[in-house]
Design a protein around this ligand. Sequence first.
Ligand code: BYC
Length: 311
Amino acid sequence: MVESAEQQAKFDQTIAAEISIEPRDWMPEAYRKTLIRQIGQHAHSEVVGMLPEGNWITRAPTLRRKAVLLAKVQDEAGHALYLYSAAETLGADRNDMVEKLIDGKMKYSSIFNYPTLSWADVAAIGWLVDGAAIVNQVALCRASYGPYARAMVRVCKEESFHQRQGFEAMMALAGGTKAQKQMAQDSVNRFWWPVLTMFGPCDDDSPNSAQSMAWNIKRFSNDELRQKFVDNTVPQVEALGLTVPDPDLKWNEETGHYEFGEINWDEFYAVVAGQGPCNHERIAARRKAWEEGRWVREAASAYAARRQQAA
Ligand code: BYC
């Protein structure tokens, strides 16, 4: 008991001194659990997030766009690997996490339950979804858990390329024919509101925020990051000659921020609960990949065990 109070005090001091917590360090069980929940959800989002874009690799409009999209989707797989590894340093088991995902016991980002109906949606994912992810992840580069923060530094560099390629693809459409510009606008109309929910519920309805901020896992609240994204992105929409599908959007000279309309939280909670347009499809795809890949995992494990024995 005494030892635990001492360990807790040391942990609190480490957090207060802005020193990273590392896998070898003692940490409260609730801190470990919160990290496994968030990092696991984050890893799953990267993997499920490959599906809506992967769907367009065979239909990319040019060879150049196809090569860029292939590289981007592969990067997302790499992000998932960093993140699953970071969760493993906390004692989580990767197979267990994947099984929880396909059994609906672990979450992934709501945004990937929306379909990609046109090529412009692929551009919108790069520009808006990766753009939102960067705002969230730049803050996570300073998360108190070392392996998570270091993974985020690498991820953010790649996300920055993803965001730029998405914006550039959107620019080509917005500056193209009337039909192409309309395709770009339709996509912004479809993705704008779902992207705003990527930052999580409003601060007043976010059960995990207070504790995660006290532990320096989260450095900014959900609403603060959402506002930062809106402030960054509205000028980009305008530069493309497109409009934001929000009649209540207006610049507030005094605060130096955009004010925006009410998010449809009923839709957000329904999507998170499994009732979004593509939830079933996404989980079915992950289950199929998990089952069909079983022999590869078994073969790799048998090979690793044999090599270890030989050594
Ligand atoms: N969707 O108390 P809160 C990418 C859940 S991938 C689903 O605010 P927290 C990309 C939340 O988990 C990048 N669920 O939670 C990949 C919690 O549930 P439980 C993905 C959501 O954790 C491929 C409950 O709601 N980024 O960019 O303090 C291709 C209450 O919320 C969502 C990350 O994963 C949501 N949108 O804050 C292209 C970022 N929002 O577990 C692109 C890492 C909330 O208590 N995660 N929930 O039942 C985070 O930063 C934080 O977990 C969140 C939520 C800000 C998302």
